[in-house]
Design a binder for this molecule. Structure first.
Ligand SMILES: Cc1cc2nc3c(=O)[nH]c(=O)nc-3n(C[C@H](O)[C@H](O)[C@H](O)COP(=O)(O)OP(=O)(O)OC[C@H]3O[C@@H](n4cnc5c(N)ncnc54)[C@H](O)[C@@H]3O)c2cc1C
Length: 362
């Protein structure tokens, strides 16, 4: 990326660039007309140009690691990214409050907390992206979501130009969803706080997901150690190994993806009953609200014949039916076209609407 010359001597705390390539795990060639990179939120937010010209414009895209965006457009006019990178902890009794700036890598932060021996975030290891984006879809994996440990979120209200601190109940967090998704263009997340434990919870280690128990046993077998003695770091490494057997590596330059492309649909009990009557093998899962059930989007996609199917440079992964992949050189429009075909086939076969998980930027 080359520094711009249209504004000499940018004030401390931020810089901007023109024609800047944008990081994204779909490996698409996308550029920002102008990219504002903020290194110090405090300094940058004190500048009227940042608040008025960039943040109050709802069309300014906030970009983290680009691991949950499908860029159909190849050029975005104004993009803001946070490169603030402080993280740390405050101890209190058997609990510990950890924080990280929005620009910190989520995986980096999680591995640091796990390496300190603190319990709570380890099952979210290996999820790509930044800390600032984690509350947006309430990231989750292996039976845990950010909302289970979230303490608070520091943010900037782009509309009213003011700083705010939200407790988890203000964030409207649910399965892969939040109030931030409902109010696009309004909130800039600056820092995230989580509440972790210094001692293992009673149900430790949480291995009730396919693959975790077997991987944990093979990891501890040489030492004949009790599973209870697993450390948070060891569990983070186990989760990483299991994930890499199924999901494309987000660091890969060969295969691009945004992880799961579709959300697992939530349907009413009556709808679940209708589907079970017609398709007795369909997996349905209870969720906290007893009026609804969760379906497996992967199962629906596989039954519709899309698992492992490719069209040119795009396809649905053979390892994980939910993952839309760029096999090299695809355009965002091709990926979106294939995703819509999958959506349409699942709709026609099952009458179930699949919703994309990533932001689709057209
Ligand atoms: C291989 C792979 C595996 C994945 N596995 C999982 C998984 O197991 N569980 C899961 O939940 N997700 C998963 N994801 C999706 C993704 O990693 C997460 O959603 C992640 O939180 C996105 O972070 P990001 O920084 O890349 O966000 P981006 O993709 O850059 O942005 C996503 C959204 O957040 C907004 N945003 C970003 N930063 C901020 C900010 N500071 N303030 C306000 N808005 C902001 C953007 O505008 C956009 O709307 C996976 C993705 C890949 C590629």
């Amino acid at each position: 990326m080359k520094p711009t010359c249209d504004r000499p001597n940018p004030p401390a705390g931020f810089e901007w660039l023109t024609d800047a390539p944008l990081e994204n795990t779909m490996n698409l060639p996308v550029y920002a007309g102008r990219l504002l990179r903020i290194h110090s939120a405090t300094n940058a937010l004190a500048k009227p140009v940042v608040r008025d010209e960039w943040l109050s414009d709802p069309n300014t895209l906030i970009l983290g690691g680009g691991s949950n965006i499908l860029f159909v457009a190849e050029r975005i006019d104004k993009v803001l990214s946070l490169a603030n990178t402080e993280y740390g902890a405050i101890e209190a009794g058997e609990h510990i409050r950890v924080y990280a700036d929005a620009g910190v890598g989520l995986d980096q932060w999680i591995r640091w907390t796990a390496a300190q021996g603190w319990y709570g975030l380890e099952r979210l290891a290996e999820i790509p992206g930044t800390v600032g984006a984690a509350p947006i879809q309430n990231v989750g994996a292996y039976g845990v979501q950010l909302s289970d440990v979230l303490d608070s979120v520091e943010l900037w209200d782009r509309q009213n130009q003011e700083y705010a601190v939200w407790r988890p109940e203000d964030c409207g967090l649910s399965y892969r969803h939040s109030r931030f998704k409902d109010e696009p263009g309004r909130w800039l997340i600056l820092r995230v706080w989580a509440q972790l434990r210094k001692v293992a919870p009673a149900d430790w280690p949480p291995l009730g997901y396919p693959g975790l128990q077997a991987e944990a046993e093979s990891c501890l077998d040489p030492d004949k150690r009790d599973l209870k003695s697993l450390t948070p770091s060891e569990l983070a490494n186990i989760v990483t190994r299991v994930r890499l057997q199924k999901l494309p590596d987000w660091r890969s330059a060969e295969i691009g993806s945004t992880g799961s492309f579709f959300q697992n649909p939530i349907v009413s009990m009556a709808e679940a009953e209708r589907l079970r009557n017609q398709w007795p093998q369909i997996p349905t899962y209870p969720i906290p609200d007893p009026a609804y059930q969760k379906l497996s989007a992967g199962w629906l996609i596989e039954q519709a014949g899309w698992r492992g199917k490719t069209l040119g440079a795009v396809g649905m992964s053979a390892q994980h039916a939910l993952v839309l992949v760029n096999l090299g050189g695809a355009k965002g429009a091709e990926l979106w076209h294939l995703a819509q075909q999958v959506q349409s086939d699942v709709w026609q076969r099952f009458g179930v609407r699949l919703e994309p998980e990533p932001l689709i930027l057209k």
